[in-house]
Write a protein that binds this ligand. Structure first.
Ligand SMILES: [Zn+2]
Length: 271
């Protein structure tokens, strides 16, 4: 690659590095939908503790041919196999989740109630077995149309972000998930590129304007990635664009205190 082309690429990466240009006046960088998705994927692969490797394809309906069609349809929508939570989950408001997610929910809930917002957390950790039961209960028929209609909102077992225990579903106690987008609570959460959730380490799980992410966008679902990652963004974007020395100064500007150390998760099985 020519040096000029390389410099042009580096300059382009500087331009797309999230939030660098808009960091003034914001505690956290602004992210696009694609960048929120990338942040969670990075967190799962690098920083989130207490995860175990994906277990491959789970049986779904008991009919191998039908299961094969469902898996193919799921993968073509962008569903991927995801890790599952290890032991020692917490219970918050009757819902099981990772301890870090429970602490984040406690802080977010306190801030929400003070602001007059009364949404609840109604679902978090879900095992692949429970996901299988849910999926089968929503699947009405064996046509491609029936399969795709179910996959619009329901993950096949092994592909849900809920398996990891860091995903939280919000809604009104008397409301539906579908109605959550129209609530003042959602507007409050979404304001200023989700500034309040980010301050608790939470980001949108299936944001708007992202194609092929599995289900349709889900405004009610948030995932915990930690405040350090929410503040600093993907470290390799900054490092690749500026080099290691510049990465440090950019990180100090955007996230005082710097990144938390990256710990390779046990579920990756690396020595
Ligand atoms: Zn959910």
């Amino acid at each position: 690659m020519s040096r000029l082309l390389w410099l042009l690429m580096v300059w382009a990466m500087v331009l797309v590095a999230p939030g660098v240009a808009s960091a003034e006046g914001h505690a956290f960088p602004e992210y696009t939908g694609e960048e929120f998705v990338a942040l969670y994927d990075y967190a799962v692969a690098n920083t989130l503790p207490n995860l175990e490797a994906p277990n491959g394809r789970y049986p779904i309906t008991g009919n191998d041919d039908l299961d094969e069609r469902i898996w193919e349809a799921a993968f073509s929508r962008g569903y991927v196999l995801r890790p599952t939570a290890g032991d020692d989950l917490n219970r918050a408001d009757g819902v099981v989740m990772q301890p870090q997610a429970a602490a984040a929910w406690k802080g977010l809930k306190t801030q929400a109630r003070a602001a007059g917002m009364y949404f609840i957390v109604s679902s978090a950790y879900r095992s692949p077995a429970a996901q299988r039961t849910q999926f089968n209960s929503k699947l009405s028929g064996t046509s491609d149309t029936a399969i795709d209609a179910t996959l619009t909102w329901y993950s096949v077992p092994g592909t849900s972000k809920h398996h990891a225990g860091y995903a939280l579903d919000f809604r009104y106690r008397s409301g539906t998930f579908g109605g959550f987008r129209a609530t003042p609570d959602y507007r409050w959460l979404k304001d200023d590129n989700f500034a309040v959730p980010k301050s608790h380490g939470l980001i949108p799980s299936y944001p708007d304007d992202v194609d092929n992410q599995g289900p349709n966008p889900e405004p009610w679902e948030f995932v915990w990635v930690g405040t350090s990652l929410a503040a600093c963004g993907l470290p390799q974007v900054v490092a690749a664009a500026h080099g290691p020395a510049a990465a440090i100064s950019v990180d100090l500007h955007r996230c005082p205190g710097g990144m938390e150390p990256v710990a390779t998760p046990a579920w990756l099985g690396l020595p």
